[in-house]
Design a protein. Structure first.
Length: 372
């Protein structure tokens, strides 16, 4: 099978291997176990991979380099118009050569892919929509357009659209799906240590306004001022690094909040295992791995009510749903800090749920999908 991937993920070409963002490549490597040849259409550079990049595990990769582009300003719009003809052309030929077309959405490359795939109604296709599929959510027009094309069974044929969560009145080609980080061999009974000592919170994600790391810091600051023995460990990098650092220093939080930067998956896994709570006050998500991973290791999740997150947390039964009101959210946290039985109950439920979604199960579902 010749498998074409259309993605906006930036790649690195280093020492004859192709690298990309680890969670994405780790998932794709499972798909690629069942294909003979790969065509990847994506942006690429020759920089050295970072700690959060890993390589594709495949020997037969044809990489078609395209420039990155966006529609975020008038200047970017003009530049995109100049780049699009070549991008359309490369995507067209990749799809023409492929036996199976795979789109990664939402994203600018995903949008172009959605349009070009209309020309190949007989080709077998899948689309992984990794963002928030909720039709009622407020999203960029480019995301809404991708959703409209993907759920349109006249324009989009022979395609399974994999989305997070279950939504009413969807078209027959939309399938609720999941993602996974850990294998069945890693499952074990999670027993969080007694919380009489320091209580550890963990934030994993990019340091951007969309992920709201500052709000996580504000919550910890509120709890510290109320006398709770808590710390917050933050893993990730981004444009908000300096403002966060300045805030921590200016508000004398350096003994309670720690910025660890980007770390590899093994380091982050160990951090989850010793943490009590995993927090992600994000503005928009698909299936937040930072929450699912924390739950796998018994962290009680703290997250906003976006996308399928309420379902993941069983509407609060196995976690804490926050509404971005500092007083209300800190009160919720204080309730569980004061009740160890409640904490351990939610921790157990979180682990039991997340451990249903393993890489083994993901592998099985992908294998069946590609065999059809």
């Amino acid at each position: 099978m010749k498998f074409a991937i259309i993605t906006h993920v930036n790649h690195n070409h280093y020492e004859n291997q192709y690298y990309g963002y680890a969670p994405y490549v780790r998932e794709m490597n499972i798909w690629l176990k069942y294909v003979d040849e790969i065509i990847i259409v994506a942006p690429i550079n020759k920089q050295k991979p970072t700690l959060i990049d890993i390589a594709y595990q495949h020997q037969n990769i044809d990489f078609l380099k395209v420039p990155d582009f966006s529609f975020t300003s008038f200047k970017n719009n003009l530049e995109a118009l100049l780049k699009l003809p070549m991008i359309f052309w490369k995507i067209f030929w990749a799809m023409k050569k492929a036996d199976h077309i795979h789109l990664r959405c939402p994203g600018n490359m995903g949008l172009v892919g959605c349009l070009v795939q209309i020309l190949f109604p007989k080709k077998i296709k899948t689309a992984k929509y990794a963002g928030n599929w909720d039709p009622k959510s407020n999203q960029p027009w480019t995301y809404k357009l991708q959703q409209s094309i993907l759920r349109n069974t006249f324009l989009t044929r022979n395609m399974q659209v994999l989305v997070y969560g279950e939504w009413e009145n969807e078209t027959k080609n939309v399938k609720s799906f999941f993602t996974a980080s850990y294998s069945e061999s890693e499952i074990k009974t999670v027993e969080k240590r007694n919380r009489d000592s320091v209580i550890e919170f963990i934030f994993v994600g990019s340091l951007t306004a969309g992920k709201n790391p500052m709000y996580a810091i504000n919550l910890i600051e509120t709890l510290v001022k109320k006398g709770h023995n808590v710390v917050l460990n933050i893993y990730g990098e981004g444009v908000e690094r300096k403002p966060l650092t300045d805030y921590i220093v200016n508000n004398q939080l350096d003994k309670f909040v720690f910025l660890h930067g980007n770390q590899n998956s093994e380091t982050v896994k160990k951090a989850y295992q010793k943490s009590h709570f995993a927090i992600l006050p994000s503005k928009s998500e698909g299936w937040p791995k930072a929450i699912a991973e924390g739950m796998f290791w018994g962290c009680v999740p703290i997250a906003t009510k976006v996308s399928c997150v309420p379902f993941m947390l069983d509407f609060g039964n196995r976690g804490i749903l926050i509404d971005m009101n500092l007083q209300n959210d800190s009160n919720q946290l204080e309730e569980i800090l004061a009740d160890q039985n409640l904490f351990f109950s939610k921790s157990k439920l979180a682990a039991e749920w997340s451990q249903n979604f393993t890489t083994d199960k993901f592998d099985f579902e992908i294998k069946n999908m590609l065999a059809k």
